[in-house]
Design a protein around this ligand. Structure first.
Ligand code: PMP
Length: 303
């Protein structure tokens, strides 16, 4: 298991900075028992000018709020306040290239009743930008994504991730790098922790919103497509439509943009280097280390 913290690591816990090794949470929390919490996965990068930048900070904390509210969790924080606390966590732990994990969780409550308050923790640990170019071998999971009629699927709720863990275990047990999950109509949805795109004749396709987590990297890829004049379409499609396409990739905050080698042993046919997918990968890599980002200088406090 990775070492996420040492005895010196500080986390932000309900307004205070406390040692990760000494922080306490209530074992009677509704979150712990029922998976009823919401979280974010965010990255910070050391920019080309050696500043520390939280990539898409506003978007992530706004999604955290949307996730909490859609699960009826009280939410009292301002995005600016949480971004500022996150920069403080980075600074106190001397982190630049980091993964940041805020979690909003419930108080002690063994019933299914509403709570009158929520709590928040912000943890961060070092994570180098993804540099590898190894393409992933992917299998279609036998697990479907949670049905949007049973879950608020656009929310990043902890409980949804039991599904992700099962799908990932299954893929790895079968010798694949990762899973691709379909929705309840057998249409392609997403990876356990990333969105998916495929490429045909210079055009990109990605599942439409509705049965997937609306990824911030996915939205960034759509923006990059528009800047680079790469045609892109959001639509519903099945796995057969993806088989033998020119290229495909997963995208997410942690995964960044990572190419696929094959889906269910059917290879993507163009050399990765020749695809617009690769162009998106390179553009994303450049974008995350650019300095121009909202709120960096105003609130970072990072020298
Ligand atoms: N889908 C799922 C199920 C995820 O867990 C993630 C990671 N948060 C994504 C997609 C990609 O989202 P983002 O680009 O916002 O990290």
């Amino acid at each position: 298991m990775a070492n996420y913290y040492t005895e010196h690591t500080l986390i932000y816990l309900n307004g205070a900075f406390v040692k990760a090794s000494e922080a306490k949470m209530d074992f009677y929390s509704q979150s712990f028992h029922y998976g009823y919490s919401v979280f974010e996965g965010i990255r910070s990068y050391k920019t080309i000018e050696d500043e520390t930048k939280i990539f898409k900070a506003v978007e992530h904390f706004e999604r955290l709020k949307i996730s909490a509210l859609s699960l009826n969790m009280p939410y009292s924080w301002q995005t600016e306040e949480l971004i500022s606390a996150t920069y403080e966590v980075l600074k106190k732990n001397k982190l630049q290239d980091a993964y940041i994990r805020p979690v909003v969780y419930a108080p002690a409550n063994m019933s299914f009743n509403l709570n009158t308050e929520s709590f928040i923790v912000i943890e961060a640990w070092e994570m180098a930008p993804f540099l590898g170019d190894k393409l992933l071998r992917v299998m279609t999971s036998t697990f479907q994504r949670p049905n949007p009629k049973g879950f608020k699927i656009h929310a990043k709720a902890a409980g949804h991730y039991v599904n992700s863990i099962m799908a990932s275990h299954e893929a790895k047990a079968h010798g694949y790098d990762e899973a691709l999950l379909l929705d309840m109509h057998d249409q392609v949805a997403e990876a356990p922790g990333a969105n998916v795109f495929f490429e045909k004749d210079g055009k990109l396709f990605t599942p439409a919103l509705g049965n997937i987590l609306p990824g911030i990297t996915r939205a960034t890829v759509l923006e990059l497509c528009s800047e680079l004049n790469i045609p892109v379409e959001e639509k519903r499609f099945n796995k057969e439509e993806m088989y033998g396409a020119d290229a495909a990739f997963f995208c997410g905050t942690a995964a960044e943009v990572i190419g696929l080698q094959s889906l269910d042993d059917k290879p993507f046919t163009q050399p990765w280097e020749n695809t617009v997918s690769k162009l998106i990968q390179d553009s994303y890599k450049n974008l995350v280390v650019e300095n121009k980002q909202e709120l960096v200088n105003e609130i970072s406090g990072i020298e």
